[in-house]
Design a protein around this ligand. Structure first.
Ligand code: ADP
Ligand code: MG
Length: 155
């Protein structure tokens, strides 16, 4: 499984990756984000939102809801933040399957909390603090996402 790594030095650069990525995603696609608080997950999603024609200022980490939906010009964006998810099965309560395999793009912060409910295929993006920089590692899980990553022409 190929891995692609890049370093961003500003939030704008992280957003720009999200903007580019949005162009290669289609309905039913899932992006799983891994990384500590402040690593840039929400910033990347702001870029995804912008790429889909949503005002990035609308995107924040939802405090009390597990999923926030934004109506993009081309596709809706389903933004999951599982920071407060105590047990993976609680996600059934919001009917996540309808979103995951539905008519929009799903992006999941704290995706490791999905546990057994982790989808079979997804684009994995791991973000790590490195001083003032962020190291991002992209990995395709499943053929469909291999194509998405290649389209980004990162290496
Ligand atoms: P998370 O959702 O992972 O908790 P956020 O995106 O909410 O992280 O916050 C990242 C913070 O780090 C923001 O305040 C952002 O301005 C800052 N930051 C600094 N450099 C970067 C970078 N290269 N990429 C993303 N965010 C950065
Ligand atoms: Mg966040």
């Amino acid at each position: 499984m190929a891995k692609y790594q890049l370093i961003t030095t500003t939030p704008e650069e992280t957003m720009a990756l999200g903007v580019r990525l949005a162009a290669f995603l289609s309905a039913g696609d899932i992006v799983c984000l891994f990384g500590d608080l402040g690593s840039g997950k929400t910033t990347l999603i702001k870029g995804l939102a912008q790429g889909l024609g949503v005002n990035p200022d609308e995107v924040n980490s939802p405090t009390y809801v597990l999923m926030q939906m934004y109506e993009g010009a081309r596709l809706p964006l389903f933004h999951f933040d599982l920071y407060r998810l105590e047990e993976a099965h609680h996600i059934h309560g919001i009917g996540y399957e309808e979103f995951f395999y539905g008519q929009g793009i799903s992006v999941v912060e704290w995706a490791e909390r999905l546990g057994d409910l982790m989808p079979e295929g997804y684009l994995s993006i791991e973000l790590r603090h490195q001083d003032h920089q962020r190291a991002l590692t992209l990995k395709a899980v499943g053929d469909r996402y291999e194509r998405v990553v290649k389209s980004l022409k990162l290496s």
